[in-house]
Design a protein. Structure first.
Length: 570
């Protein structure tokens, strides 16, 4: 082992024992663990959270009289590759970060580690000196070095049966001579399969493979936020792109234009996950983004979506109407599709003829006639809607109202005995009405056809295992928007912390909604060509809960943090 028990007890351990910064029992445990696991004492202390990286660094700064330096001030590009010897770096947890003349400076969290200075000096015939750094930042840099060197990939140890089967696009056959399918690409194939499986397990919605000049990274979008999960060697970027294009049945030779494809990941005999693949030529290679469309993961239960009782009743009442238009609005990735399909699942009975036009079809619902829009073939939303109206429909769902023609046909359908559900991209419920007007729809058509508008966002839910209480003074609660009545009832707020059960203190997402039902007063304002501010004010006076108010209520219930309230509502 690189670090024996006796070595763990020397140097830094003696200094810690003579101070009161750490309980002697914990120090004894840390020394024992460092000896058993072959890790430096400083690493064990930070990993076990017995000391934070900054606390340990400040202690060493005071104890040994060394200035604390910030690793962010150094670039490894300035250090010749031959000095970045991974066996020495991993053995001593010391990284060369600067070379000046014949002196090599090592970033170290334990300045008493004389063995590291001696080994680096002997290996490269240089004078060595220590730079005191934060152990937490040192670990992050070490992890990046391991991944970039290939040490963190462990490609050969990925089991071939991690994934039961992989169907590639429409034609599962592959030619052995295609790029990305050669024998020497087997580790790449296994690694990509494992990355995809990890993404499904972690409930990621997107995977990003991004090449840059000096590094290549893979990121997952989990609960709406991107997280870096790996940084393979940059020279593998083209091989990753080639393999993904083979899997999606795309043109390997075309690197100048974006391409779209799909992959079907068959996990078991009964479970498969569809993936949409898009390639984009960038300055340093092709960026590949994969969107996971896992129908089985979608929860189409209105009780689980996060509506308040009043909002839920408004939605259910609108669904019971034989005609009219229900619009769901919000930015991309705000959960509009799940809200629509939850409504469709409630309406999906033997007695109802339901047709949908979508681009793409994200959730498969048996009993519903789903049409994939294909602009290249001339099948637009408007064309699909006209065809629906000739097939005696009861309920129509339009993936998105993008233009006046689609809007006019949707309104006509809503006015002639059909229930129409669709989405728009606006920021609030009131702005949806002005957006329809700006498209060119007459005010009387909007007032007579629209029955309900739902504006929504998705907020990350706090992890119940690690959330911590957050106390704020009454003045700040007032500024945030909490009413005196809410404060009298009691407000318990929580902040994100982070643990093994979650991602940075968050686990899962919940909806935040603004539900506006059409009323006689709102219809009159629309006929008077009122702006979105006047419409919103009138709706609030009639009892509508705004997005901000709905988010604050979820924060008061301990479901989301104030940081999420501000992120999703501004």
């Amino acid at each position: 082992m690189p670090h024996t028990f006796e070595q763990a007890r020397s140097g830094l351990a003696r200094s810690l024992a003579a101070s009161s910064i750490l309980d002697p029992g914990l120090l004894e445990q840390a020394c024992a663990r460092a000896g058993q696991e072959g890790k430096p004492l400083s690493t064990v202390l930070v990993e076990q959270r017995w000391l934070s990286g900054s606390e340990l660094a400040r202690f060493c700064e005071r104890e040994f009289g060394l200035p604390l330096v910030d690793l962010d001030d150094f670039s490894l590009d300035e250090v010749p590759d031959q000095y970045l010897s991974m066996d020495l770096i991993e053995r001593h947890h010391a990284i060369p970060v600067h070379l000046r003349g014949k002196t090599l400076y090592l970033a170290m969290s334990d300045p008493t580690n004389v063995a590291a200075l001696e080994d680096f000096g002997f290996r490269f015939n240089l004078v060595t000196d220590a730079l005191l750094v934060d152990e937490a930042k040192l670990q992050q840099l070490l992890q990046r070095l391991q991944q970039n060197s290939g040490a963190g990939l462990d490609l050969d140890n990925i089991a071939d049966d991690d994934i039961a089967d992989l169907e590639l696009g429409e034609d599962p056959s592959e030619r052995d001579d295609e790029p990305g399918n050669r024998e020497d690409d087997a580790p790449i194939v296994r690694y990509i399969n494992k990355i995809m499986l990890d993404a499904v397990r972690r409930e990621a919605s997107d995977l990003h493979f991004e090449p840059y000049e000096r590094f290549f990274r893979i990121r997952f979008r989990i609960d709406g936020m991107l997280h870096e999960v790996a940084t393979p060697p940059v020279h593998l970027a083209s091989r990753f792109a080639a393999r993904l294009k083979v899997m999606a049945r795309l043109d390997i030779a075309e690197r100048r234009l974006p391409q779209d494809g799909r992959i079907k990941l068959k996990l078991t005999a009964s479970k498969a996950v569809d993936m949409r693949v898009n390639t984009l030529p960038t300055m340093w290679g092709e960026k590949v983004v994969i969107r996971i469309l896992d129908s089985s993961a979608a929860r189409l239960d209105i009780e689980q979506l996060g509506y308040s009782e009043a909002q839920k009743n408004l939605y259910l009442n609108a669904l019971k109407r034989p005609q009219g238009m229900i619009l769901v609005t919000g930015p991309t990735g705000s959960g509009k599709t799940v809200s629509l399909y939850t409504g469709l699942s409630i309406l999906n009975t033997v007695a109802a003829n339901i047709s949908t036009a979508e681009d793409p079809i994200e959730i498969n619902l048996p009993g519903i006639n789903q049409v994939q829009i294909n602009p290249k073939a001339g099948l637009s939303f408007a064309h699909a809607l006209r065809a629906f109206l000739r097939q005696d429909p009861d309920i129509i769902m339009v993936g998105e109202i993008r233009d006046l023609e689609t809007a006019e046909i949707s309104v006509k359908a809503a006015q002639t005995g059909h229930l129409v559900l669709s989405t728009l991209h606006t920021n609030s419920a009131a702005e949806t009405l002005t957006r329809l007007s700006n498209m060119g729809l007459p005010a009387y058509n909007i007032a007579s056809s629209v029955s309900l508008i739902i504006a929504q966002r998705l907020a990350r839910k706090l992890c119940t295992h690690c959330r911590a209480p957050e106390v704020l003074p009454p003045e700040q609660l007032n500024q945030l928007g909490f009413t005196p009545a809410q404060q009298l009832e009691g407000i318990t707020l929580y902040r994100a912390v982070g643990c093994d059960h979650c991602t940075e203190g968050y686990k899962g997402r919940t909806g935040v909604y603004e539900v506006m039902a059409m009323s006689e007063r709102l219809a009159n304002l629309i006929m008077e060509d009122a702006g979105s501010l006047a419409l919103a004010r009138a709706a609030e006076e009639e009892g509508m809960i705004t997005l901000r108010q709905a988010a604050l209520e979820k924060a008061r219930q301990g479901i989301i943090s104030l940081a999420e309230v501000n992120r999703v509502t501004g």
